[in-house]
Design a protein around this ligand. Structure first.
Ligand SMILES: O=C(O)CCC(=O)C(=O)O
Length: 280
């Protein structure tokens, strides 16, 4: 599978929606054959010893001590570096071009990928956060594509986005993803717990089918409920991309990868660990 064509073009209206709301849901755009490639990588990860349960960071889970507990939230990062199916999906699928069009970019760098699987009964909420708080990068052309492999709705963990929140210059502290606790030694205000109190936030949430994807801006506040279904899985991968104006910015306290020790503040992302994956 090396056809980079999406099922359809991204429309001007969808691009305008992304920049207005900080998120857009692109219906029926990802070819089924590419979803099969992604599913292969996701299942290989879940079956491996590397599969990591994020549930341990959240609520008390009696089965956390077990090696592969069911009903957990599994997640990991940078699978494209170790798994050929994940590499092909992040680098060679229609996704980089879709990100390029939405970001109005002339080139796209891969920032990272994350496998995010809420198995049936994985009750952990994804705490509200902004992706940019975790990224060692600055710029306006930075996004996360979220690609579900199963039908997803709010009750099974569809992402919830605070409409227009990317327009604020405020960058909240990163948290531990399944808990609202801020990471130590980070800067900024603590994110409000919008699961507990919506305040005046307008939340956008999309029921999706495989083939649909959501794309949100790196400044957009978002979170998700747990997966409350007893049978429906919620397998997804986020792939994060940067456009022309992205530059390295090392953020205090945010988790670093080895290559972040080698990059210069303010430099373009031309590093083997952030490869260019699309040019207009
Ligand atoms: O899949 C989830 O529950 C969270 C995804 C997310 O927040 C992200 O990829 O930025």
């Amino acid at each position: 599978m090396d056809d980079r064509a999406a099922l359809r073009d991204v429309t001007d209206e969808e691009i305008a929606t992304f920049w207005r709301d900080g998120v857009v849901c692109l219906r029926a755009i990802m070819p089924p054959a590419w979803l099969e490639v992604l599913a292969e990588g996701v299942e290989r990860y879940l079956a491996s010893d590397a599969a990591f349960s994020l549930s341990a960071f959240g609520a008390e889970r009696p089965e956390t001590g077990k090696r592969k507990p069911k009903a957990h939230f599994y997640g990991g990062t940078d699978h494209w570096k170790v798994d050929e199916a994940c590499r092909r999906f992040a680098c060679e699928s229609p996704l980089p071009a879709i990100a390029g069009q939405l970001l109005r970019a002339s080139r796209i760098n891969l920032y990272e990928d994350s496998i995010l699987v809420k198995e049936p009964g994985a009750i952990e909420k994804t705490a509200f956060h902004q992706d940019l708080s975790y990224f060692h990068v600055e710029g306006s052309q930075i996004c996360t594509t979220w690609v579900p492999l199963d039908p997803v709705k709010r009750e099974t963990g569809a992402l919830q986005f605070v409409r227009g929140s990317h327009l604020s210059r405020k960058l909240f502290r990163p948290n531990f993803f399944v808990s609202t606790d801020a990471m130590p030694d980070t800067e900024g205000e603590i994110v409000p717990d919008l699961h507990a109190d919506r305040r005046d936030a307008e939340i956008l949430c999309f029921d999706t089918e495989p083939g649909d994807i959501t794309i949100h801006h790196a400044r957009t506040l978002h979170g998700a409920d747990g997966n409350h279904s007893a049978t429906m899985r919620r397998r997804a991968m986020s792939v994060r991309y940067c456009g022309d104006d992205a530059r390295y910015k090392l953020r205090r306290g945010a988790p670093r990868k080895p290559h972040h020790e080698e990059v210069a503040e303010g430099a373009v992302l031309d590093h083997a660990d952030c490869p260019v994956v699309w040019m207009a």
